[in-house]
Design a protein around this ligand. Structure first.
Ligand code: GTP
Ligand code: MG
Length: 439
């Protein structure tokens, strides 16, 4: 394919920068700018030399030569390590552009790797997830996918779908087949149920993987003055939000990020919820309600010295995941059994982190288990399950094997799509455009 170039490291000043080229003729193009002959590249090789353009030296560089197919993209690839000044990077890029190389678009290197069979879609997406990971745990989960371990989870599923489909097809073509071996509706229901259980396990694991990778939003809500902002500050170990004894101090949402056992948690401190005539405060209260809607988990803070239930707020929290917290434990002589008491003022909030972790109900395994955890993958798993559910329903209503086979074929196609085996160009374009250039 046509040669492309991109900067693979961030566009800032640093000790070194790495540029990557891939495509037809990249060795010859490099040779035309390099101080040494490159010749035939039969094995991977590193050369040190000078890049020159129009009689002017650009920089001393190391070039890494990867002949196809043993390269990241499967094409001829050149990587250039130069000194990390953006002036040098710009000059190198300009020199290559003048030689007919084009600047890569987002994800083009990974997209070529995918098209050349160097990795499947799940692995390609893992490259993106790994680069975007903000915690070590998130990076580890992405690494499992990159190593192909997630794809291996899908292969048995694909095999089971293929087996079931084959049994249905035999049943359609040879209905008179030996009585004892004939495939029956009850047998179909049993087998399809086993596959659905595997699928549901994958979906549950994927949801947990998604939390570990992307993190969650946690809203801190409650009446004014109960100590919500104090709790935010104590968790952040920073005086981020204004704290005062005057009710109604916080009016806007104040955000802060913490890590709970490696899970990125975005905390939202909100305005105290109560009836108010103050116009600005009312806007704040509306924002608090909106945060409740958006959040994955709510920390409902009450003042332990005067715990008042607000039926209005309780109603809003119905159906949400809520952790109830009694703050200002230092002001009360006794604590109710089984409730969570803390003192934000005295920075006694470790128990809150533990409670957040417990509420998420993450299995320890999920930190080490490969899972299908991005939106595309989870949606496809649900579609496969949906097709099987439909087939089971039809089987229950007396449908023939031919009808069931249609649902199974769709399920099988979704499974192939999961691995990128049947990805349309549109789909892979959509996926790779989320990558940054240079990948
Ligand atoms: N004794 C005691 N006082 C606390 C504790 N936590 C917070 N306070 C005090 O309670 C008052 C209100 O605290 P904030 O954190 O501003 O309360 P808030 O819920 O954010 O209030 P609004 O923003 O007005 O809704 C301040 O005077 C805090 O110092 C605690 O654990 N113990
Ligand atoms: Mg506040």
């Amino acid at each position: 394919m046509e040669p492309i170039i991109a900067l693979a490291t961030p566009p800032f000043v640093s000790a070194l920068a790495l540029l990557r080229l891939s495509g037809d003729g990249v060795f010859a193009i490099l040779e035309s700018l390099f101080s040494k002959p490159i010749g035939n590249v039969e094995q991977r090789r590193i050369e040190f030399g000078t890049l020159r353009f129009e009689g002017k030296e650009i920089d001393q560089v190391c070039v890494y030569l990867y002949p196809n197919p043993r390269s990241m993209t499967g094409e001829d690839v050149v990587e250039i390590t130069c000194h990390g000044s953006m002036v040098i990077v710009d000059e190198i890029v300009a020199a290559f552009l003048s030689k007919g190389v084009r600047y890569a678009v987002n994800g083009e290197f990974s997209s070529r790797a995918f098209l050349n069979g160097k990795m499947d879609l799940i692995e390609a997406e893992a490259v993106n997830d790994m680069i975007k990971a903000t915690t070590a745990e998130a990076k580890n989960v992405a690494l499992l996918s990159l190593e192909g371990k997630t794809s291996k989870v899908v292969l048995p599923l694909k095999q089971e779908l293929a087996d079931l489909l084959a049994l249905l097809e035999v049943g359609i073509d040879y209905p008179e087949y030996d009585e004892e071996e004939a495939f029956t509706i009850p047998a179909f229901l049993t087998k399809s149920q086993a596959i659905r259980e595997r699928l549901q396990g994958l979906i549950a694991q994927g949801e947990e993987g998604k939390i570990i990778r992307n993190g969650i939003k946690v809203a801190i809500v409650g009446e004014p003055n109960v100590g919500k902002s104090s709790l935010l500050n104590a968790l952040l170990e920073e005086e981020k939000a204004i704290v005062s004894p005057i009710p109604g101090t916080t009016r806007d949402i104040v955000e802060g990020q913490i890590s709970v056992k490696g899970i990125p948690v975005l905390l939202l401190d909100t305005a105290g919820i109560h009836q108010t005539e103050d116009q600005i405060e009312r806007i704040g209260v509306d924002r608090s309600y909106a945060s409740v809607e958006q959040a994955d988990l709510i920390l409902h803070v009450l003042d332990a010295s005067k715990p008042e239930e607000d039926p209005d707020l309780e109603a809003r929290l119905a159906g949400k995941k809520v952790v109830k917290i009694f703050n200002k434990a230092d002001l009360v002589p006794s604590q109710k059994e089984g409730e969570l008491y803390i003192s934000a003022l005295h920075h006694e909030v470790e128990a809150v982190k533990e409670a957040i972790y417990q509420a998420l109900a993450i299995h320890e395994d999920s930190y080490h288990t490969p899972s299908l955890s991005n939106v595309r993958e989870l949606a496809l798993l649900r579609k496969i399950d949906g097709e099987l559910a439909k087939a089971q329903e039809e089987a229950g209503a007396g449908a023939g094997f031919d009808l069931l086979s249609l649902s199974l074929q769709r399920a099988y196609r979704f499974c192939r799509e999961l691995l990128g085996e049947e990805a349309s160009q549109d789909l892979s374009d959509e996926i790779f455009s989320r990558f940054c250039v240079g990948k």
